[in-house]
Every structure is written in structure tokens, then in C-alpha cells.
Write a protein that binds this ligand. Structure first.
Ligand SMILES: [Ca+2]
Length: 490
């Protein structure tokens, strides 16, 4: 097996004469949460301002047809970080701990740690509730700092000091509303926001001298709800210019029962926004939160470039899932449509060819684990579900198979370069021509001429789905010792 890294291969024999350790690239792994394709370089919303992400896309490779393994935080992040799809692990929702359910699974940070890397992180990398981010994953880690400590349940965020809500709740003025579906400009400086503290950590880490190669993960919360951002990001989007997403009143009529059920999840929030005249305000807040995230991504990228590690660092930028803003009468994610599964994904690696040229082949966040292993020249774990993106980084025309997103057991969406085929657990189907019908208004699954196409796409769906693993209430979890004891069956 070759021990040369992707960088080593690209640079040729002179570089390969150096000892392995000095050639292994560092990784800076930057994530955002619930950022859909409303990013300049993905053209999801004309007028969105994401100059830093767009610049990274020009410097690196934008995967313009990238999808999450699952359209929800915990299953998406667990799949990405373990390299295994939900139908393999049985981790399908936000109420499952991966650790006690997947003994022996080696995650990306663990794998790099085992292979001579310093692994460090800050913010939301694994899912953010207690029990999802075991400290043994990291050499050092700075926990998530919330902008809304007044909402956070103590048992889920024991490191977080709850304070009385100083602003009134909800801050956005929705009537009689409780929960995290909130937005606005907090009375504090940009530097005081929680995500900025994660970026600060990353910048301090990059200013230090590191003897070993490193894997640094900085996980931003924005644009996830509550969408709180500094005033200057709201000022980018005057409310009179904010456009609502394109919708059709009859859009749900041709969707089968399970799809309608997914769309109906937290429907009351959509209804309330519409009824109280807050739709534009909420869309504007999402745009502001995207631009705030973009500024923080830019600050971190510039620090990498100006650091001692700039020429030997792989930069990866990703979002865990997309986000609806009223399309199909839905807010949030947790659906198998383009709004929920399509995510920004950019890789900038030293020595790669074809930088600045977007790839339109279907790819998945699951593909990151084998990609990073290959780019760093590490011996690859053999039992990962994803496929390395390194061939696509080398060759913009490389062929790719269709890719799959899964939500809860036995519900899958397959994407190729043109089509999305969804099949739900009860056999209900949807088929969209994503080129002619990017909003996925017209379900073509019932048309006889598409039977062969559906058969071809269906073959990429997992043949079996693992049963859903026990949820958090099946364990006594102790945060101090980070141990999980299965509760006895009653
Ligand atoms: Ca998310």
C-alpha cells in the first residue's frame, strides 16, 4: 500500500523523499448548522451575501450536488463522523446516544488521534446535547457556548450556566410561544456571540506551534435557530427586499402519506409565522445568520492562510443538513426533499487540480471520512459506507454513483445528477426532475415511462435498515464520568 499522501503524490518524487510525518497535511474542519443552499456559490437565494464561503469555493472545490446522510443534526453528524449511514448504525434521531449504541466504532477524530494527529475542536461538532461528544474523542475541546442559555435544559447542557431571560421570550414577538424558534439582534457585540468563541479557540490553536499534524474541528451553530445575529448582518437585508421562497398552495397534494407527515412536523410554527405576518422577518433572520456564519468562516480561513500551516492544510467546509423556510408548508429539516438534504460542501487541499471548478456529481457527507483518510495518506478503515472524494478532487470528470439520504428507518432519497427518487417505509414514492423542477413541485413517480429509472435509482438504496437503537432514556448517563449504564428493562 502506498504511504504517500495526496499532497505527496501531487508534488512528486522530491516531496516523497521526506519522512512521512512531516508531509502529512493538517485538517481544519469547519462546519455550520442547518445551512441550506442559500449560499452565493450554490445560487439557492439570489442576493444572499456569503463572500467568504464563495471565496473558499474558488480557492478549493465546491461540491454543488452534496447531500447529508440524514436530514437532522444527530443522525447526520453521527453518520459523517463514524462514516456509517443511519441504516447501518440504527442512529436515526436526535434522542439517541451514539456512544453506548456503537461500541468499538472509531470516529474521524479518534482515527486521526490513533494515527499520530493532535485532535482538537470547539463548538458543535458532534450533536450538541450532553452525551454526544465524549471527551476521549479529543486531545482538547472547548464546549459549545450558547447565545440563548436561558432556554437550555439543565440535564442536556450541564456545562451551561442557565440565566434568567433578560430579553423577554420569545424575542421575535411571536405570541405565546415557547422554545428555540426565535430570532433577533441581541444587545451584545459580535465578539460576544457563542460561535465567535469557537472561532477564537480555533485561532488560538492555529497560533500555537504543533509538533504533530493536527485535525482541528470548529463547529458553528449559525444559522440554526435561535437565529440571533449582530445588527450589521440584518442591515445587509432590508426587509423590503427580502423575497419569500417560491411555493405552491397545492404542493402537498401529490405527496404520499409519510412525506406529508414529515412536512407536517412542527407545522404550527409555519402557521403562526404566516398568521402573525412574520414570514419575511424570519427569512431575513435566516439570511442574516448565514452572513454572520460566513464572516466567522472567513476569519478562520484567513487565519489558516496566514498561519505557519497555510500551505499544508486541508480545509473542509460543510453543513450538517439543509433547512425549509415555508416550502411545502414546512420549517426546519427532517424531510427527504432538496431543501433538507442539499448542503454546502467545499474542500480545499494542497496540490489538488481543478480548483475553482465546481463538481456536479452527487456526493454525500458520508464521503468525508474516507476522503480525509486518503488525503492524509493514512491506512484506510475498510468498513466505511462512504466513497472517497479524492478521485473527484483530482479529476473534475470522474464518475460517481448516485447518493442516498435516509430519514428514520426505511425512508430513503436517492440523488443522481438529474433526479431525486424517494421511497418511504410504506412504499409511497416521489420522483422529481431536479433540473426542470428545482422546487420539486411535480411528483412524476406515477408515470409509467419512469418505471425503469425508478428501478435503477432504487438499487442504490440500502437493502436493509438497522432497527432504531435505544433512545437516551434507556441509559443512565453521568456527565461527570461520561459513562452510560443501561437501565434494566421494567
Ligand atoms: Ca442541523
Amino acid at each position: 500500500m502506498t504511504r504517500r499522501t495526496f499532497l505527496g503524490s501531487a508534488m512528486g518524487a522530491a516531496a516523497s523523499a521526506q519522512p512521512d510525518r512531516t508531509r502529512r497535511p493538517n485538517i481544519v474542519f469547519v462546519s455550520v448548522d442547518d445551512m441550506n443552499d442559500w449560499v452565493g456559490c450554490l445560487r439557492g437565494y439570489p442576493g444572499v451575501q456569503t463572500p467568504n464561503i464563495d471565496r473558499l469555493a474558488r480557492r478549493g472545490v465546491l461540491f454543488a450536488n452534496a447531500h447529508c446522510a440524514s436530514p437532522l443534526c444527530n443522525p447526520s453528524r453521527t453518520a459523517l463522523l463514524t462514516g456509517r449511514r443511519p441504516s447501518t448504525t440504527g442512529i436515526y434521531n436526535n434522542d439517541q446516544f451514539w456512544r453506548p449504541n456503537l461500541p468499538g466504532v472509531v470516529t474521524i477524530p479518534q482515527y486521526f488521534k490513533q494515527n499520530g494527529y493532535t485532535v482538537a475542536g470547539a463548538g458543535k461538532v458532534f450533536h450538541h446535547t450532553a452525551g454526544c461528544n465524549p471527551p476521549d474523542q479529543w486531545d482538547e475541546f472547548q464546549l459549545q457556548v450558547f447565545d440563548d442559555p436561558w432556554y437550555r435544559r439543565d440535564e442536556w447542557y450541564p456545562w451551561n450556566k442557565r440565566i434568567p431571560n433578560p430579553l423577554g421570550h420569545p424575542y421575535n414577538g411571536l405570541k405565546n410561544f415557547q422554545g428555540e424558534f426565535d430570532w433577533g439582534v441581541l444587545p451584545k457585540e459580535a465578539s460576544e456571540y457563542g460561535d465567535q468563541k469557537a472561532v477564537d479557540y480555533g485561532q488560538r490553536f492555529l497560533a500555537r506551534k504543533h509538533e504533530k499534524p493536527f485535525f482541528l474541528a470548529v463547529g458553528l451553530w449559525h444559522p440554526h435557530i435561535p437565529m440571533f445575529s449582530p445588527r450589521q448582518y440584518y442591515d445587509l437585508y432590508p426587509e423590503s427586499k427580502v423575497k419569500l421562497p417560491e411555493i405552491r398552495a397545492d404542493d402537498l397534494n401529490d405527496i404520499p402519506a409519510v412525506g406529508r407527515e414529515f412536512a407536517a412536523f412542527r407545522r404550527s410554527e409555519h402557521e403562526r409565522i404566516v398568521k402573525e405576518g412574520k414570514w419575511k422577518d424570519a427569512v431575513r433572520s435566516y439570511l442574516a445568520a448565514i452572513s454572520f456564519a460566513d464572516a466567522m468562516v472567513g476569519a478562520l480561513v484567513r487565519t489558516v492562510e496566514q498561519s505557519a500551516y497555510g500551505s499544508n492544510t486541508v480545509l473542509v467546509f460543510w453543513s450538517d443538513n439543509g433547512w425549509h423556510l415555508g416550502e411545502k408548508q414546512h420549517w426546519h429539516k427532517s424531510t427527504l426533499w432538496q431543501r433538507s438534504t442539499h448542503v454546502p460542501l467545499i474542500i480545499s487541499a494542497p496540490g489538488m487540480r481543478g480548483a475553482g471548478k465546481a463538481r456536479n456529481q452527487p456526493v454525500n457527507l458520508l464521503d468525508l471520512y474516507p476522503t480525509l483518510v486518503e488525503l492524509c495518506g493514512l491506512p484506510g478503515p475498510k468498513d466505511l459506507d462512504g466513497e472517497s472524494l479524492a478521485p473527484l478532487l483530482r479529476d473534475p470528470a470522474a464518475r460517481r454513483n448516485p447518493t442516498v439520504s435516509t430519514y428514520l428507518p426505511n425512508n430513503h432519497a436517492v440523488r443522481n445528477e438529474r433526479w431525486r427518487y424517494i421511497r418511504y417505509s410504506d412504499g409511497g414514492e416521489e420522483l422529481y426532475d431536479c433540473v426542470k423542477d428545482p422546487n420539486e413541485f411535480t411528483n412524476l413517480a406515477g408515470m409509467p415511462e419512469h418505471a425503469g429509472l425508478k428501478r435503477d435509482l432504487a438499487q442504490w438504496m440500502p437493502k436493509a435498515s438497522a432497527a432504531s437503537k435505544p433512545e437516551r432514556d434507556a441509559f443512565d448517563f453521568d456527565f461527570a464520568t461520561y459513562t452510560f449504564k443501561p437501565k434494566r428493562a421494567q
